[in-house]
Write a protein that binds this ligand. Structure first.
Ligand code: ADP
Ligand code: MG
Length: 562
């Protein structure tokens, strides 16, 4: 193609482009208002459409929800119906079984009915025959019943009269029991009264004992023994009120006389019973809770053992203080049985060469095993004879080693201790008292030039313990604050019983013969030292004032006892 052609073409092309852009702008101008209108229209309709479609969607959603809930409900219903169906099927099966069972039963019942019909028939037949027999029986029972009714009427009548009788008796019983009640009350009052009188009597008794003094020294003069030749006594005068005058066989006239005063002096004729009678009230004190110690002091052969125990193989009349005291003990404790119960126990010990030995222990040579008094066994006893048995054992156990002068028993102290523990049944209170019966070792003094060795040792021990005893009793009589108990085994052993409100009786045994004068004088001096320092005469007067009151009480108590 040439350039012309080309220019023509290009020109044509430019024309065409120009024409096209003209057309375009023309169309654009034409289209712009339409476009605006269109835009407006489409925006409105679109929002309308959107609103409409949103509503529609909501509506559809609601419907869907409804449809869904309906579907769930329907599903549940279907499930429920299925369950019911299952149940009804089961029930149907069950009812079918039941029907079957019932049918079976019906069959059984039918069989039974048939059987019972047969039986009824049978029974009817037998009844008919029996009915006649029953009629007969009925008649018989009828007459019997009538007869029994008559008897019953009679019985009723009798029972009524018995009832009346019982009412009458009951009344008289009640009257009697009322009077009995008042009588019992009176008796009870009397018993209470008696109890308080007893208590008062015990108090009075002990007050009287106290008034007589806590320490009593009584001398007892031994009679001449059958074999003794010179029967002239050194005792010039023995008074009823405790006066004693001794005459020195080696001095003539008034110078040879010495007078003493004790609580009591027993003459050689005094019986065992008389000697005990003055000590006996103290035994009662033990049962009232006091401690009592009775000693026999004197030279060997002066009658200590005789006073305490009696002679060998003693008859009841010859019984010494210890047997009598025990008898009294059991007698008083028995008489108090309704108000008190007592437990009585016994221990027997010997003190030899400052050693304590249990005489009721099994082993004889066991002195060293009993260094302390406390561990010695106490024997509980119920009767006097049981105590006597124990005393025999004790006596046999008291070893006897014969020497030139006397048996060992003379050189040892023997202590029989009786402990009473009483329970006051009314007040519930308890009391403890003890009685110690001490047969002391011979008080004779030993000539140091004559004895040596063991014998001297024994004598020294005896001397020491007897003077310790004298010091203790003297301190007690003086009411000293310090009492020298620790100076000998004897006083140590008796300390708890001597302390405080203890009552002490010292039987001072005396030989009547002239050859014993010096020893007798020594004994009397010991006795004088330990005897009460108070004015005995004044006390005796007080006691005499007191005595009628005691006698009056005793008469009252005796009358209550009857
Ligand atoms: P002690 O124990 O002091 O050594 P005993 O009691 O053994 O003395 O007495 C010595 C002797 O005297 C004994 O034979 C005893 O029977 C006798 N005897 C002592 N006192 C009396 C008395 N009151 N009556 C009769 N005989 C007595
Ligand atoms: Mg003796």
């Amino acid at each position: 193609m040439d350039e012309q052609e080309m220019a023509i073409v290009l020109k044509e092309k430019d024309d065409l482009n120009r024409e096209m852009s003209n057309l375009r702008s023309q169309r654009k101008a034409e289209a712009q208002p339409q476009q605006l209108h269109l835009n407006y229209i489409s925006k409105e309709s679109l929002s309308l459409l959107i609103a409409e479609s949103t509503n529609r969607v909501n509506e559809l959603e609601e419907r869907l929800n409804l449809a869904l809930s309906l579907q769930t409900e329907a599903t549940n219903k279907v499930k429920e119906l299925e369950d019911r169906l299952k149940e009804s099927v089961i029930l149907q099966i069950e009812s079918a079984n039941k029907v079957k069972e019932l049918e079976d039963r019906l069959k059984d019942v039918e069989i039974l009915q048939a059987e019972s019909t047969n039986r009824v028939r049978e029974v009817e037949a037998s009844l008919e025959s029996k009915s006649e027999w029953w009629n007969k029986k009925e008649k018989f029972y009828h007459t019997l019943t009538e007869f029994q009714l008559g008897a019953l009427r009679e019985l009723k009548f009798a029972s009524q009269s018995i009832h009346q009788e019982i009412v009458k008796t009951k009344k008289s019983y009640s009257d009697e029991s009322t009077t009995l009640g008042s009588r019992i009350k009176a008796l009870d009052d009397a018993a209470n009264n008696y109890y308080s009188i007893l208590a008062e009597d015990r108090k009075l008794h002990n007050e009287l004992q106290e008034l007589k003094g806590d320490i009593r020294v009584c001398c007892r003069i031994r009679p001449f023994l059958p074999g003794q030749k010179r029967k002239h006594s050194i005792f010039e005068y023995i008074g009823d009120n405790g006066d004693l005058i001794v005459s020195d066989p080696f001095k003539r006239g008034k110078e040879g006389f010495r007078s003493f005063k004790f609580d009591k002096v027993y003459s050689p004729e005094a019986t065992q019973a008389e000697v005990f009678s003055d000590t006996q009230p103290l035994v009662q004190s033990v049962l009232d809770g006091y401690n009592v110690c009775i000693f026999a002091y004197g030279q060997t052969g002066s009658g200590k053992t005789y006073t305490m125990s009696g002679p060998d193989g003693a008859t009841e009349e010859e019984w010494g203080v210890n047997y009598r005291a025990l008898n009294n003990f059991f007698r008083i404790s028995q008489s108090r049985e309704s108000n008190f119960t007592y437990e009585i126990s016994v221990q027997i010990v010997e003190i030899y060469n400052e050693q304590v030995r249990d005489l009721l222990g099994k082993n004889d040579n066991s002195a060293k095993r009993y260094p302390l008094f406390k561990i010695i066994i106490i024997h509980v006893v119920k009767t006097t004879s049981a105590v006597l048995e124990l005393m025999d054992i004790g006596l046999n156990n008291r070893a006897k080693s014969s020497t030139a002068m006397n048996e060992r028993s003379s050189r040892s102290h023997s202590i029989v201790s009786i402990h009473a523990r009483g329970l006051d049944l009314k007040s519930g209170s308890s009391l403890r008292g003890s009685l110690h019966l001490v047969d002391l070792a011979g008080s004779e003094r030993i000539d140091r030039s004559e004895v040596t060795g063991d014998r001297l040792k024994e004598a020294q021990h005896i001397n020491k313990s007897l003077s310790a005893l004298g010091d203790v009793i003297f301190a007690l009589a003086q009411k000293n604050s310090h009492v020298p108990y620790r100076n000998s085994k004897l006083t140590q052993v008796l300390q708890s019983s001597l302390d405080g409100q203890a009552k002490i009786v010292m039987f001072v045994q005396l030989n009547p013969d002239a050859s014993s004068y010096n020893e007798t004088l020594h004994t009397l001096k010991f006795a004088e030292r330990v005897s009460s320092v108070e004015d005995v005469r004044e006390l005796t007067e007080q006691v005499n004032i007191f005595l009628p009151d005691v006698a009056r009480k005793n008469i009252y108590i005796s009358s209550k006892l009857i």
